[in-house]
Each structure stands twice: as C-alpha cells, then as structure tokens.
Write a protein that binds this ligand. Structure first.
Ligand code: C2E
Ligand code: MG
Ligand code: MG
Ligand code: MG
Length: 285
C-alpha cells in the first residue's frame, strides 16, 4: 500500500513537473512572439501613490500587463521571472521604459505633476547598457530625468550586495530616485541597508493587507517606519485595501500609500482622468 502511494506520488510529481515545464516553454515562445509583433499584447498600467501629508498623488507605479492571444492573461509575477531566466528581460524592460517615458510625457502635458516609478529586475540593474538606453529615450521624448524613479526588489539586491550598491550609485548619479520594493521579505541587514543609495522603502503588501486586524503586522509596520525614518528614508505602504489601514498608516507617519482602496492599476488615460477628478479628494474624513 505504501509502495503504491509512493509510486502515485512519483507519477503525480512527474506530471506536475511536465505541466510546469510545458507552461514555461509556452510562455517563453509566446513572449518572444509578443515582443516582436508590434507589441500589442503587452501594455502598461499605472497605479497612483498617494502622498499622505498633502493628500496628493505625487507618483504612479508602472506595471506591465500581458494579454496573450493563446495563453490569455499571464500575470507579471509568473512571466517576469521566466523572462529573466530565458534572457528576454532586456527586451521586456526596453518596452517598459520606452512606454513609461512616452506616458510620462503625456502625463506632464496634461498638467499633472507626477513621477513614474518603473520596476527593474536584478538582471536589468547589472545590464551596463540600461542607463544609456534610458537616457536616449528621455532625450528623444524630451522628458526630464526627475520624472522617473525606479523600484528594485529587496531579495534581488541581497543576491550580490556589493555589485548592487555600485550599480545603484550610477542611477543616483543620474538623478533618479530609488526605492527598495517588497521590503521586509529579503533579509537585508541594517549595515547593508545603510550602504544602499536609495531614498525610499516600500513595505511589502503581505504586512499591509490585513493591517487593521493583525497586531503582529502593526508592530512590523511601525518598526519599519521608525527604522526607515531614522535612516532618513521615505516609506511607501503597498496593498492598502481599506480605510482603516489608510488611517493607521497616516497616524504612524507613513509617507505614501498605494493600494486598491485608493486606486487600482489603470491605463494612462484613465489614470490622468482619475488624478484630475481626485485632485481635491479628502482621503481622511
Ligand atoms: P510589485 O512591484 O511589488 O507591485 C505590486 C503588486 O501589487 C502589483 O501586482 C499590483 O497590481 C498589486 N497591488 C496593488 N495594490 C494592491 C492591493 O491593494 N492589494 C493587492 N492584493 N495587490 C495590490 P502586479 O501588477 O501583478 O505585479 C506583480 C509584480 O510583478 C510586481 O510587484 C513586480 O515585482 C513585477 N512587475 C510588474 N510590472 C513589472 C515591470 O514592468 N517590470 C518588472 N521588472 N517587474 C514588474
Ligand atoms: Mg513595485
Ligand atoms: Mg511589492
Ligand atoms: Mg514585487
């Protein structure tokens, strides 16, 4: 009986493995296709970051969306990692940067004072050509460097700390502000954190989603706020899904919030309309 169970498990394991492998191959091949086919399957959406002191949107995060004609919607959490491993992330990032810069121009022209935050993966940061590509696009579309900022995931930085610090310094020298994304999930030491040339920490949404109910999350978030502010770093809380969380974060001196409660990620024209309509909204009553 036991033997039968292990054989069953083995078969199951093998089937799961094959399924995952097939899915991976499909994603790689379809993504290659999407990247050259006028890129209409890929688009960018934007999620506002609300600055709590003034109650104003000062930044918006650019998030990629892929609607594949054969695979349907594929979430970035699934395909970005595969793109990195398959050597396709450079092309994905080229698309992201170019589109975000074009949209940043559109946002400025609409009269809004909003900076676009672009997510970069570890492989991007180590790409020596990335900064010059960004510069070229900024110049070509006549967008000021101050209109862009970048988010880098904490666990990516921890993989090669020394190298990461060097590369991030090059971004800072060009005048871009940098945030550590998913903070609290990557085990960076305090000593390391102090060396990083970043200006903001973004608290991972796993600590924020149930903030109002979970006292352990409240303690973690308050501790991160105190730590970050002692280091003169701004703090963004992502995953704010209700008014109680927003109120707590404001009370504790969090600098920015982002989440479905404020606004979902939406396309650039919708975001511009949303920002214009919500310019006078009082978020705290
Ligand atoms: P991230 O940068 O930490 O982005 C936050 C994620 O949380 C986004 O998921 C966003 O849609 C989602 N989110 C925002 N507010 C809420 C909320 O209130 N509740 C919940 N449950 N979720 C919320 P998304 O767009 O699926 O992106 C997932 C991850 O994929 C991102 O995490 C980022 O690491 C990566 N990613 C997305 N776009 C890009 C991109 O253009 N380039 C790169 N390199 N990575 C990207
Ligand atoms: Mg991010
Ligand atoms: Mg995050
Ligand atoms: Mg992330």
């Amino acid at each position: 009986d036991e033997a039968r169970t292990s054989v069953g498990l083995l078969v199951k394991y093998h089937e799961d493995f094959e399924k995952r492998y097939a899915r991976r191959l499909a994603i790689i091949s379809e993504l290659k296709h999407a990247l050259v086919s006028a890129q209409s399957e890929l688009k960018m959406v934007y999620q506002p970051k609300l600055e709590l002191k003034a109650g104003k949107v000062t930044h918006a995060e650019a998030l990629i969306r892929w609607n594949s004609s054969t695979l349907g919607f594929v979430p970035p959490d699934e395909f970005i990692g595969i793109a990195e491993q398959a050597g396709l992330i450079g092309q994905v990032t080229d698309f992201v940067i170019k589109t975000a810069i074009i949209d940043a121009k559109r946002i400025v022209e609409s009269g809004l004072d909003i900076c676009i935050a672009i997510n970069l993966s570890a492989k991007d940061i180590l790409n020596p050509k990335l900064l010059s590509v960004i510069e070229q696009h900024l110049k070509h579309y006549q967008v000021d460097a101050s209109r862009l900022s970048f988010e880098i995931t904490e666990s990516d930085l921890v993989a090669d700390p020394k190298k990461a610090v060097d590369e991030l310094n090059r971004f800072r020298e060009m005048g871009f502000s940098l945030a550590i994304d998913d903070f609290g999930t990557g085990y960076s030491s305090l000593a390391y954190l102090k060396q990083l040339p970043v200006s903001e920490l973004k608290i991972d949404k796993s600590f924020v989603l149930k903030l109002a109910e979970q006292s352990s999350d409240q303690q973690i978030v308050q501790t991160i706020l105190e730590l970050a502010h002692n280091f003169q770093l701004g703090v963004i809380a992502e995953g704010v899904e209700n008014q109680q969380s927003l109120k707590l974060l404001k009370e504790w001196g969090c600098d920015w919030v982002q989440g479905y409660h404020v606004c979902r990620p939406i396309d650039v024209e919708d975001m511009i309309q949303w920002c214009l309509q919500n310019a006078q909204t009082n978020w705290f009553e």
